[in-house]
Design a protein around this ligand. Structure first.
Ligand code: HEM
Length: 186
């Protein structure tokens, strides 16, 4: 996984879970140097981010899925902000960001590195009023908790009232995860 994600994870831990000291103790618990620096465009083993999330789940006595979801809710809006030039014009609401990110962003990020395996993400808005969207996710990383969190975080970012329901999951043997996202318009 790209170092940029480790950078966002650090930011999330430092801001929401007790500062640099917590980050250093999580790195140590995950078997890394507490002063390790992650370079944004460098690739690091997926197991490292999983080990850090596992250490966080132990420290917080929460299931790892809850930790990943909460991180996702932080990182969704951060990705939109950080990669703004890539998604300019497709960032008015969750129902425009997600189909665009699915179809373009992950592929674009991996374009110059054929060894990388980006998540397969696709999303379709199902009605003219734009109140229902189906999201498909497939990845060997099986991080659908992050997807749920990203969707929730984007909804909060855009001030929308979203209901997110995972209708099938790779963790239960499905070939891919599917989410139904519905929006209540007041
Ligand atoms: C807003 C634009 C987005 C950008 C710029 C972006 C960027 C990235 C980057 C850089 C990675 C690391 C990939 C790697 O190291 O191989 C990543 C991973 C990931 N992204 Fe996105 N992303 C975006 C939107 C989304 C959305 C909307 C979702 C889900 C609803 C999503 C779900 C994920 C997940 C779950 C991963 C973890 C890797 C995996 O599951 O295989 N991303 N994204």
């Amino acid at each position: 996984m790209y170092g940029v994600m480790f950078g966002f994870l650090k930011e999330y831990v430092v801001k929401n879970h007790g500062g640099d000291e917590t980050w250093r103790s999580l790195l140590k618990e995950a078997g890394q140097s507490p002063y390790k620096i992650y370079f944004a465009t460098k690739d690091y083993p997926d197991e490292e981010i999983v080990a850090i999330a596992t250490a966080a789940s132990k420290a917080l006595t929460l299931p790892i899925s809850a930790v990943l979801e909460d991180f996702g809710s932080y990182v969704g809006p951060r990705l939109v902000e950080f990669y703004h030039p890539y998604i300019d014009g497709h960032d008015q609401d969750t129902f425009s960001v997600v189909p665009y990110a699915g179809g373009h962003i992950h592929d674009l990020i991996h374009k110059h590195n054929p060894d990388r395996k980006p998540p397969q993400l696709s999303a379709e808005v199902l009605d003219e009023e734009r109140t229902a969207m189906e999201v498909h996710y497939k990845s060997h990383r099986m991080m659908c908790s992050v997807v749920r969190g990203v969707l929730r975080g984007l909804g909060e970012h855009f001030g929308e009232s979203l209901h997110i329901n995972e209708t099938q999951c790779m963790h239960s043997g499905a070939e891919k995860c599917k989410f139904m996202v519905t929006k209540t318009i007041e």
